[in-house]
Each structure stands twice: as structure tokens, then as C-alpha cells.
Write a protein that binds this ligand. Structure first.
Ligand code: ZN
Length: 133
């Protein structure tokens, strides 16, 4: 269907990739400031605490910003442009860059409700994408 470079998996991000493979989206939750953040990091990006735990996310949110790509930006993207690249604000407050799966890119709007879809890129790796709810 399309070619993708494999995401970087290191000890810090391994639980994230494992959860995606199981059909779960996990976030880091900071025990000091109480906020969630998306990408696995050793420190909270909000308060720099290292008191972090993995928590399950609901997998739903709203489109915070987006752009319609008319040509594929690289091998990680579908060849059959146009497609939507978006920042989704999850219900937990964390934001992540992702793709919106839709056949009608012109219908996408800021604030639209979206839900996660787990895209099996290979037998080992799934990526989170979203579709309009
Ligand atoms: Zn924090």
C-alpha cells in the first residue's frame, strides 16, 4: 500500500509501541503536575518532573490544527495524496501529530471530533491515525 520508515524504538518508547500493537494508545502522565503528554520522554515537558507513569488514553479528541497535503511529503506518507496531516488534541489534553483518514479532505474542519484507528504498518508496528467520529 505505502512504504514507511520504521519508527525509532528505544527503551523509553518501547511501552508506547507495544501498546499500539495491542490496539491501545498510552500517554505519559505526570504525577507532579497531573498533565498528560504524548511522546515518550524521560521528563515531563510541562514541569520537568521525572515522576511519570504510563496510562491508557481514551483514543478520542478534536482536531486542533490541520493541513491538506496535496503531494506526499516523504515515504512515510501515502502516495495517493491528498491527505490530511493534523494535530489532534486528545481528551486527556495531550496533542499529537497524526493523519486523518478520510475520503473527503475538504470536509475536515478545526474542532471536529475524531477517534483513533490503529494502522498496522508491518506485523510488528502499528501507527495511530484518526478518522472523523
Ligand atoms: Zn509535569
Amino acid at each position: 500500500m505505502y512504504e514507511k520508515p520504521l519508527p525509532t524504538v528505544d527503551p523509553e518508547s518501547a511501552p508506547y509501541w507495544s501498546a499500539l500493537k495491542e490496539g491501545r494508545l498510552v500517554l505519559k502522565h505526570c504525577l507532579d503536575c497531573g498533565r498528560h503528554h504524548f511522546y515518550p520522554r524521560a521528563l515531563c515537558p510541562h514541569c520537568h518532573s521525572d515522576a511519570l507513569e504510563w496510562t491508557d488514553a481514551r483514543g478520542s479528541g478534536n482536531i486542533y490544527s490541520f493541513t491538506v497535503a496535496r503531494r506526499p511529503a516523504g515515504p512515510a506518507f501515502k502516495a495517493d495524496a491528498p491527505y490530511v496531516v493534523a494535530v489532534v488534541e486528545l481528551d486527556e489534553g495531550a496533542r499529537l501529530m497524526t493523519n486523518i483518514v478520510t475520503d473527503d479532505v475538504d470536509s475536515v474542519r478545526i474542532g471536529q471530533r475524531v477517534v483513533i484507528e490503529f494502522d498496522a504498518v508491518t506485523a510488528e508496528i502499528s501507527l495511530p491515525r484518526f478518522r472523523l467520529a
